[in-house]
Design a protein around this ligand. Structure first.
Ligand code: GLA
Length: 412
């Protein structure tokens, strides 16, 4: 969906135009989401960034399942296998049920989820809060309870709820609405409650591209919330998303996380340094990690990044706090919306520090005394990409352009 790749702050700016906001929805079932799911960010796969509509089929899903196992991704912790837009028939059945496209799912969804569950994986599907999905398949508006029950009967474990074709204050129900007067909250509350009543635990992944400053209320509605327009296969896109995620790190916590969007590693738009930074930033920002590339063509270097045990442990840390910018003494202050080299965040047993060569090749050095959560004295560090270790009061990395190092720091 090309026209969703709007700069994130374009959406925020539109929201601040000064119109009176619509009345907030009456909460029906919950005051906050405590569905027991998503206590750490979801780890898995989504087919969208690898060819969009073309792989929303049973065959493709089962191939991905095999590869998740044979490549060791399941053993590394990736459990969700998610199919995005275009899996459904264009029309509901005569009883109003969603129907899987019989050409793409000849036996329907259930036998596929059964197989995937039998392989020790979980299965996710995609839908929409409006009248249609972004690619024009049936949306759930007005059918939420019925759809949630259907998903539960199919054995679905994860539901991504998009925001196309919702009513827009500028008129009608356009494919995408960025008008700040048109709140998405009520639609997400309805689906949250429908899923809660469906009789099966289903992780609720909200996808409304950061509208309505969703990070400020998302934890009461879903297990994660997209905080930006769609990621593109480029450094500038991921740098922009990461910079905006740094601003909202405080909203991540067990049960609800900022979703920086599906990964683009493996898709050819990033060099090795940039792939390292993409993965490093997403993992320390505690984003859900959804691999978005053709697993049958994965380079060994990309696979190693995705299976990096130390980095996965940081993303899955039980504290669930996201890293954000910190400013070392003597360095220029961060600029809102611009990627900054210095990142840190708390872990249950230490601190994670990220160093990113945002502008070009550079040697980045920090004193641990400047890092929030650390202080003067000697600290032990391990770098997750190189396995380098050390003890001292500072650390320094000579980096190529756009490369990144991630340090786990503990008491010496
Ligand atoms: C929107 C979402 C994407 C993807 C497509 C599918 O653009 O933000 O992640 O799901 O719709 O049409």
């Amino acid at each position: 969906m090309k026209n969703l790749a709007l700069p994130f702050f374009a959406a925020s700016a539109i929201q601040n135009v000064g119109f009176a906001a619509p009345a907030e929805p009456q909460e029906s079932l919950h005051e906050r989401l405590e569905n027991g799911l998503g206590r750490t960010p979801a780890l898995g796969y989504n087919n969208w960034n690898n060819g969009g509509c073309t792989h929303a089929t049973a065959d493709a899903a089962l191939k991905v399942a095999d590869l998740m196992i044979s490549l060791g991704l399941k053993d590394a912790g990736y459990q969700y296998l998610n199919i995005d837009d275009c899996w459904a028939s264009k029309s509901r059945d005569s009883s109003g049920n969603l129907v899987a496209d019989p050409a793409k799912w000849p036996q329907g969804i259930k036998p596929v989820t059964d197989k995937i569950h039998g392989m020790g994986l979980k299965f996710g599907l995609y839908g929409d809060a409006g009248t249609m999905t972004c690619a024009g398949y049936p949306g759930s508006q007005g059918h939420e309870a019925q759809d949630a029950k259907k998903l539960a009967s199919w054995g679905v474990d994860y539901w991504k709820h998009d925001a196309c074709y919702l009513p827009c204050a500028t008129g009608g129900t356009p494919q995408t609405c960025w008008d700040g007067r048109s709140s998405t909250k009520a639609y997400y509350a309805t689906m949250r409650d429908a899923l809660a009543g469906a009789g099966r635990p289903i992780l609720f992944s909200m996808c409304q591209w950061g509208r309505d400053s969703v990070w400020t209320w998302g934890k009461d509605y879903g297990n994660s919330w997209r905080m930006s327009g769609d990621i593109a296969n480029s450094w500038s896109s991921l740098a922009n998303i990461a910079a905006n995620a740094a601003d909202i790190a405080q909203y991540a916590a067990p049960g609800g996380f900022n979703d920086l969007d599906m990964l683009q590693v493996g898709n050819g738009g990033l060099n090795d340094n940039e792939e390292r930074a993409h993965v490093g930033l997403w993992f320390i920002a505690k984003s859900p990690i959804l691999i978005g590339t053709d697993l049958s063509k994965l380079k060994q270097s990309t696979l190693s990044l995705l299976k990096n045990k130390a980095l996965i442990a940081i993303n899955q840390d039980s504290l669930g706090k996201a890293a954000t910018y910190f400013r070392p003494a003597g360095k220029p202050a961060p600029v809102k919306g611009t990627l900054y080299p210095y990142w840190a965040g708390p872990l249950k047993d230490g601190v994670v520090v990220g160093l990113v060569a945002v502008d070009g090749a550079a040697t980045l050095s920090i004193n641990f005394a400047d890092v929030p959560g650390l202080g003067s004295g000697s600290w032990k560090w391990t770098e997750v990409f190189t396995d380098a270790t050390g003890t001292g009061t500072s650390v320094s990395a000579a980096l190529g352009a756009h490369d990144m190092r991630v340090y786990k720091i503990t008491k010496a």
